[in-house]
Design a protein around this ligand. Structure first.
Ligand code: SAM
Ligand code: SF4
Length: 342
């Protein structure tokens, strides 16, 4: 694994000319949710576990996924992240990964997982064409991990991380959501953990969604406080790589790993946004904190609708808002991040 991995520079764009919004941001990265279902009950996301709504339509099929990704690739996107809910709960997850990896123009397929099947399936995921993997690990303490996720599986997740390190991924990142009074006391232990390992760690600020306002008010920790601590410990900010997303990255001369901070409440967070999102029901979300998604599923029913789909995505993207409205107390219509892929 390369921890100092670069995001590939902008691909030469196809005939469609690239995907750019009204303020010139270029979109090269699609986060594709393949399911809302999750087996964990993370306190900040699905504290009561996943509850299937009545009459919920089926998730995008492999063919629909292929049409989505083909249309975005025609618009210059080259990176797709498979996420959820827990994406690996889909029985056809590996077929989805293989299909996405084979779409012309797609150069990187990544995934985000809670890690519960990592030890068992990581080699197959790599073989299916996934080259980058993010694993959520909110605590290094087994009891706290169980409290946060509802599952006493930290040991299993660690075995999965070892397996992933042996499987030849280009990038392995650990995601940790920092929560006041829950795991913020582990900040330095987590920093030490990646100092001695060839791994990247991302601290993510708790984000407010429609369902977790109270939790957010009680538990949110500002990313800046992590940055301040890192600087005291001798970590320094790394230059932004071309095509990199909104994470601010830090390195240390004596550390093997790297640390990134994802702080959506920080100033100018939206200026570097390079991603769009598609839900598992085929709705395009221009922003994580935007209004309800735009239903593109009717255009996913046949290959004949590709030209119309490409045009629709291009037009919709041009209307993307310059910034979220979190500072006005508006976190959009997303009930929880499991419904949109985080
Ligand atoms: N189930 C997978 C997992 O947990 O890695 C993938 C989906 S999950 C929605 C994607 C990422 O979003 C995870 O790293 C999770 O910790 C993060 N996340 C979920 N809800 C969040 C919230 N309210 N604030 C910040 N991060 C959140
Ligand atoms: Fe599931 Fe991921 Fe949400 Fe946790 S963060 S409940 S693992 S979707």
């Amino acid at each position: 694994m390369k921890v100092g991995e670069f995001e590939a520079p902008a691909a030469p764009h196809g005939a469609a000319g690239g995907l750019i919004d009204g303020i010139g941001r270029r979109f090269e990265y699609l986060r594709l949710s393949v399911t809302d279902v999750c087996n964990f009950r993370c306190t900040y996301c699905l504290p009561d576990g996943y509850k299937k709504p009545c009459n919920r339509p089926s998730e995008l099929s492999v063919d629909e996924v292929r049409r989505v990704v083909t249309a975005f690739a025609k618009l210059g996107l080259w990176k797709v992240r498979l996420t959820g809910g827990e994406p690996t709960l889909r029985r056809d997850f590996e077929e989805i990964a293989r299909t996405v990896a084979q779409v012309p123009g797609i150069r990187r397929v990544a995934m985000t997982t809670n890690g519960y099947r990592l030890a068992e399936r990581t080699v197959q995921w790599r073989a299916a064409g996934i080259s980058a993997i993010n694993i959520s690990v909110d605590s290094l303490d087994p009891a706290r991990f169980a409290e946060i996720t509802g599952h006493d599986r930290l040991k299993q997740v660690f075995s999965g991380i070892d397996a992933a390190q042996g499987a030849g991924f280009d990038s392995i990142k650990l995601n940790a959501v920092l929560m006041r009074g829950v795991n913020d006391t582990e900040l330095e232990a987590m920093i030490d953990f990646v100092s001695s390992r060839d791994l990247s760690l991302r601290f993510i600020e708790v984000m407010r969604t429609n369902d977790n306002a109270e939790f957010f008010a009680k538990r949110h920790v500002a990313g800046q406080s992590v940055i301040d601590r890192l600087q005291v410990l001798g970590w320094s900010r790394l230059p932004r790589q071309p095509g990199a997303g909104p994470a601010v990255e830090f390195g240390h001369q004596q550390a093997k790993g790297r640390i990134g901070i994802i702080a959506p409440y920080s100033k100018d967070f939206c200026a570097t946004c390079n991603r769009l999102r598609m839900s598992s029901l085929g709705k395009l979300h221009l922003c994580l904190f935007g209004d309800a998604g735009i239903d593109l599923r009717p255009l996913l029913q046949s290959d004949d609708a590709q030209a119309e789909l490409v045009e629709r995505v291009r037009k919709l993207t041009s209307t993307k808002a310059p910034a979220h409205r979190l500072h006005q107390g508006n976190s959009g219509a997303t009930p929880h991040l499991a419904s949109i892929g985080g």
